[in-house]
Design a protein around this ligand. Structure first.
Ligand SMILES: Cc1cc2nc3c(=O)[nH]c(=O)nc-3n(C[C@H](O)[C@H](O)[C@H](O)COP(=O)(O)OP(=O)(O)OC[C@H]3O[C@@H](n4cnc5c(N)ncnc54)[C@H](O)[C@@H]3O)c2cc1C
Length: 281
C-alpha cells in the first residue's frame, strides 16, 4: 500500500483531500491491530507523526486547545493539573508503551464506546476541531461520535484538536476491567464538578453504542448537593445518583460482562466518584 508522510499540517490536509481512501495514523495502536488482523486494507496510510503542530497544546481564550497527536503519557504529565479527569482516564489506558504511542486524537478517530479518553471529554463538554482544505469546524463531542466506531469525520477531514475548559473543580474517572492494566473497560464512568455553575458533568463509557451522558443524574446531583455549606451527600442521595446513572446506561451482554453486571457496577462507580469528588471539593 502507499505510505504518505506529510511534513506539515497544510501538506497533511492536501494529502487527505487527494487520497480520501487513505487511513490516517498517529500512534497506530488501533490501526496496526486492524491491519495485522486483516480488518483494514487501506489503499494508503497517511502517517501524521511528522506534523509537529498536531502534537502541541495551548491555552486558547479560556479553553485549552489540545492537538490530536498529544499522547496519553503527555496528557498525564503536562495536563494532569488542568484536566485531572482526562489524566485519570489516561492512566488506565493499556501499558506505558501504549500510553507513549497512543493519542487522544486516535481514541476520537476510533470512536469506540470503550475508548477511555472519551467519557472525561463528554463530562466536560469538549468540542472537536475538524479540518480540511475547505476550512475548519468545531463539533461538540456528543455530535462528533454517532455510533459504535462511527463519527462525523468527512473523507477529506482530519481531527486537528479538541477544545475543553480547564477543570473548574474536582474530576474523577473510574473503570472496571478484569485486571488492573492492559484491559478494555467492562464499563467506566467520568464525573466533573463545577462549583461555580453548580453543575455535575457525567459520562458512562462502554455501556452503550456511544459514551452516554447521564442527564437525569446530572440534574439530580446538581440540584441536591449542598453547594453552599459543603455538607456531605446523604447515602440516600448517593444511592439515587447511582440508580439514575445505571438507568441511563444502555449495556449489552458480551464477552467482557453482562448487561446486568454493567448496570450494577455503574451504580457503584457513580456513587464512589461523586463521594470522592465531593470530599475533594
Ligand atoms: C495493547 C493495547 C492496549 C490498549 N488499551 C487501551 C485502553 O486501555 N483504553 C483505550 O481507550 N484504548 C486502548 N487501546 C486502543 C488504542 O491504544 C487507543 O484507542 C488509542 O487512543 C489510539 O491512538 P493512536 O494514536 O494509536 O491511533 P491510531 O491507531 O493511529 O488511529 C486510530 C484511529 O483514529 C484515526 N486517526 C488518528 N489520528 C487521526 C487524525 N488526526 N485525524 C483523523 N483520524 C485520525 C485513524 O485513522 C484510526 O481510525 C489499546 C490498544 C492496544 C494495542
Amino acid at each position: 500500500m502507499e505510505f504518505l508522510q506529510p511534513e506539515d499540517w497544510e501538506e497533511a490536509l492536501e494529502a487527505r483531500a487527494a487520497h480520501p481512501g487513505a487511513l490516517p495514523l498517529w500512534g497506530g495502536t488501533d490501526v496496526m491491530v486492524d491491519v495485522n488482523f486483516g480488518r483494514e486494507r487501506p489503499e494508503a496510510i497517511l502517517d501524521l507523526t511528522r506534523v509537529r503542530a498536531l502534537a502541541e497544546w495551548q491555552a486558547d481564550g479560556g479553553l485549552l486547545r489540545v492537538g490530536a497527536g498529544v499522547s496519553y503519557t503527555r496528557a498525564i504529565a503536562e495536563l494532569g493539573d488542568a484536566l485531572p479527569g482526562l489524566a485519570a482516564a489516561s492512566r488506565t489506558v493499556g501499558s506505558p508503551q501504549i500510553r507513549n504511542r497512543g493519542t487522544i486524537g486516535g481514541n476520537l478517530g476510533s470512536a469506540s464506546p470503550a475508548g477511555d479518553a472519551l467519557p472525561p471529554l463528554y463530562a466536560s463538554n469538549a468540542e472537536i476541531e475538524l479540518a480540511s482544505t475547505r476550512g475548519t469546524r468545531r463539533v461538540p463531542i456528543g455530535e462528533f461520535i454517532t455510533g459504535p466506531k462511527r463519527n462525523v469525520l468527512e473523507p477529506d477531514e482530519l481531527i486537528a484538536a479538541f477544545h475543553v475548559a480547564p477543570a473548574a473543580g474536582p474530576q474523577q474517572f473510574s473503570k472496571v476491567g478484569t485486571r488492573n492494566a492492559m484491559v478494555i473497560a467492562v464499563c467506566s464512568f467520568a464525573l466533573a464538578l463545577d462549583p461555580d455553575e453548580r453543575r455535575v458533568g457525567t459520562c458512562i463509557g462502554s455501556a452503550g453504542p456511544t459514551p452516554i451522558v447521564a442527564t437525569e443524574a446530572e440534574a439530580f446531583a446538581g440540584g441536591t448537593l449542598d453547594w453552599d455549606e459543603g455538607g456531605a451527600p446523604s447515602d440516600r442521595d448517593l444511592a439515587r445518583f447511582g440508580e439514575l446513572v445505571a438507568q441511563a446506561a444502555s449495556p449489552i451482554d458480551d464477552v467482557r460482562g453482562s448487561a446486568a453486571y454493567r448496570r450494577h457496577a455503574l451504580g457503584v462507580l457513580a456513587r464512589r466518584t461523586l463521594a470522592w469528588a465531593w470530599s475533594e471539593l
